[in-house]
Ligand binder design. Sequence first.
Ligand code: IPM
Ligand code: MN
Length: 353
Amino acid sequence: MSNSYNIAVIPGDGTGPEVVCEGKKVLDAAAQEFGFKLAYESFKFGGDHFLATGEILPDTAAEELAKFDAIYLGAIGHPGVAPGILEKGILLRLRFELDQYINLRPVKLFPGVECPLKDKGPEQIDYVVVRENSGGVYTGTGGVSMRNTGQEVAIQSMVYSRFQVERCLRYAFEYTRRRNKKNTLALCGKTNVLTYVYDLWERAFNEIGAADFDEITREYYHVDATCMWMVKNPEWFDVIVTGNMFGDIITDLGAITQGGMGIAAGANINPGGVSMFEPIGGSAPKYTGQNIINPLAAVCAGAMMLDTLGEFDAAVAVENSVMDVTANKLKHMGAGQMGYSTAEVGDLVAAGV
Ligand code: IPM
Ligand code: MN
């Protein structure tokens, strides 16, 4: 009997629907090749839906999405909607309500992809950032008083419980073990200034590491130094674990070292629930409908989805096919510069799975 999976699809805004379409093309090719089934149901959340109806996300959305085996997301963000409304109201709300407390972001330079770092190639850039995805400043804890006066005060706190920190660290240690590459986990923090929050992280890191993961080498870097080494010596890293805000920032830096937003994928993971897979670039509205956007980030997000569903061979096959396409076909990662249309890139990857 073959496995079958129900996938909720949120194509979203801008070029989201185009890249999701190519992602599904590749996923379907993988399903065919590896003998499993994928059934999709599409949800029209995003800027157009909001502008047409006034509804950002129905209150039942998380509950409904939780019934699926995975969620496949294109992009959220619309030029006609003020920044923050859709991001907070859809993307962040789903991450929180579905308790997707891990944001997994591989930084892997594929062959043939132009890298802005001097003398660095695929050998040197291959690590994964485990970004905590449920806490920190993203909880919105804080407030503002005396707004629009000269006395205005604004506070937004970095909130972490031991529970949140521990579950993230455990995931990161286990992930490092499963990856089995350099068996090195680096904590990225700021213990010299954030002496409460990152002290909590560091103590939990060392306690959990010593007790249950003694074969994993532990390292620590301040976040500012992490940025420096990600540029100067990316080959040092295997797995990096960090809080939500630092993880957001360093993964954009990581993404540009692996060829940019056309290729960088991420997974919002609830290890005991439903996870959501997305290209980490935005909706790129100016390229909408032109069939020129690079769909590889969405394709790679699809590969991460297959891995999380347990279709490991299919996940590897998709990634290998992407690497073949970057190495031997695409001229460039940028929109309109690939030498192929969006749909043709999807065809190429699908044919190689
Ligand atoms: C990301 C994005 C989001 C984040 C925004 C759109 C809210 O930058 O997924 O990295 O900050 O997490
Ligand atoms: Mn970000």
